[in-house]
Write a protein that binds this ligand. Structure first.
Ligand SMILES: Cc1ncc(COP(=O)(O)O)c(C=O)c1O
Length: 380
């Protein structure tokens, strides 16, 4: 019997070769990747169990420990964007009924609430107006009230530009016998962080911001205390792809196949981490701080005001108040169309009220600030 099939050509396009405009990405992320990182990404892929690739994974683990300032053995890059690493933290240590206390003062705190709920947590929240941060006393009161298994905080709230101070929070969490989970997506590489000294048990980040890489391979780490909670689970982790008891066998000594690693993303991440080590962590943090202060000065000279109190402002992300009578979206569109510069608009409660300007990783340079200020001068 002969079967005949006919090809349906309706969806077939005659595509032109790929052409993407060159942009200066000064929004909340992604930021521009370092040219050396893009070059590394162009290296031909090899097998994800090739000894050379396994060696590269070891280097990534070691360098991630350096940028986070941790000795955590389980420190890896999750295949996926920051949200995948975020979900990995929640999925591995949350069991149905666990009380998870989330500090919400912006969009990403709310995402943690949503995620923890999906893993069956008894989610409690403490809230602050968007752009403010929690004091140690407020956190102590909340821990006394809720007695959680996990306290989750966002170090760098990308929706507001506020930096949550973390010194002392880990000690509080030990006093109350809970784990401390921290979102460092907009801080890693650009904002001082001392994971072990601050007693942080679980953290995640992304590649496309302070690390100066394209999106797609996301740092994840868990402390031995968090590992203990994972090992004592009554049920399997409810997410196969992100289950650290399986993934650790690929990243650890066993080297058991788990999934096909996105090899070229790991080349890129390795190069980004190499550049950070070459510059030195403290120098990189200093560069971010210096350039953002130059930005703040320039914005204020243009008559613009900033949303967050100076002592809590992030060096990586600045929220700029949109002046009365100015169409924020139109200005952002003009910056993109006429100057090839991307900035972000406000999210959630701050939608229509602020612009978000990122100076992260490779983009934290005086030239980026000068280009933006000059373009703003023209469009405002
Ligand atoms: C604070 C914070 N958490 C989580 C995420 C999610 O990361 P991704 O968009 O890479 O999935 C972002 C993204 O910008 C973020 O800013």
């Amino acid at each position: 019997m002969t079967l005949t099939f006919s090809i349906n050509d309706r969806q077939r396009l005659q595509l032109a070769p790929l052409e993407i405009p060159t942009r200066l990405l000064l929004g909340p992320g992604p930021s521009n990747a370092h040219p050396a990182v893009l070059q590394a990404m162009n290296t031909p892929p090899i097998g994800h169990l090739d000894p050379a690739f396994l060696h590269l994974m070891d280097e990534i683990q070691s360098q991630l420990r350096y940028v986070w300032q941790t000795e955590n053995p389980l420190t890896i890059a999750v295949s996926g964007t920051g949200t995948a690493a975020m979900e990995a933290t929640i999925a591995n240590v949350t069991e149905p009924g666990d009380v998870v206390l989330v500090g919400v003062s912006g969009y990403f705190g709310n995402r943690l609430v949503d995620m923890a709920g999906r893993y069956g947590a008894d989610v409690r929240t403490i809230t602050k107006p968007w752009g403010q941060v929690f004091s140690l006393e407020e956190l102590r009161t909340a821990l006394e009230t809720h007695r959680p298994a996990i306290l989750a905080l966002v170090h760098a709230e990308t929706s507001t530009g506020a930096r949550q101070p973390l010194e002392g929070v880990g000690d509080l969490c030990r006093e109350f016998g809970c784990l401390l989970l921290v979102d460092t997506v907009t801080s890693l590489g650009g904002v001082p962080i001392f994971l072990d000294q601050w007693g942080i048990d679980l953290a995640y980040s992304c590649s496309q911001k302070g690390l100066g890489c394209p999106p797609g391979a996301s740092p994840f780490t868990m402390s031995p205390r968090a590992m203990e909670k994972l090992q004592q689970r009554r049920n399997k982790v409810a997410n196969w792809y992100l289950d650290m008891s399986l993934l650790s066998k690929y990243w650890g000594n066993e080297r058991t196949y788990h999934h096909t690693a996105p090899t070229n993303m790991y080349y890129a991440l390795r190069e980004a981490l190499r550049l950070i080590a070459e510059e030195g962590l403290a120098n990189g943090w200093g560069r971010h701080q210096k350039n953002v202060e130059y930005l703040w000065e320039g914005l204020e000279d243009l008559g613009l005001s900033l949303h967050v109190a100076r002592e809590f402002r992030l060096p990586t992300l600045t929220t700029v108040c949109i002046p009365e009578g100015v169409d924020g979206k139109a200005i952002a569109r003009q910056l993109l169309n006429e100057h090839n510069i991307e900035i972000g608009g406000g999210l959630g409660e701050l939608a229509g009220k602020v612009w978000r300007v990122g100076l992260m990783g490779f983009n934290s340079r005086k030239e980026s600030v000068d280009s933006l200020l000059e373009a703003l001068r023209q469009v405002l």
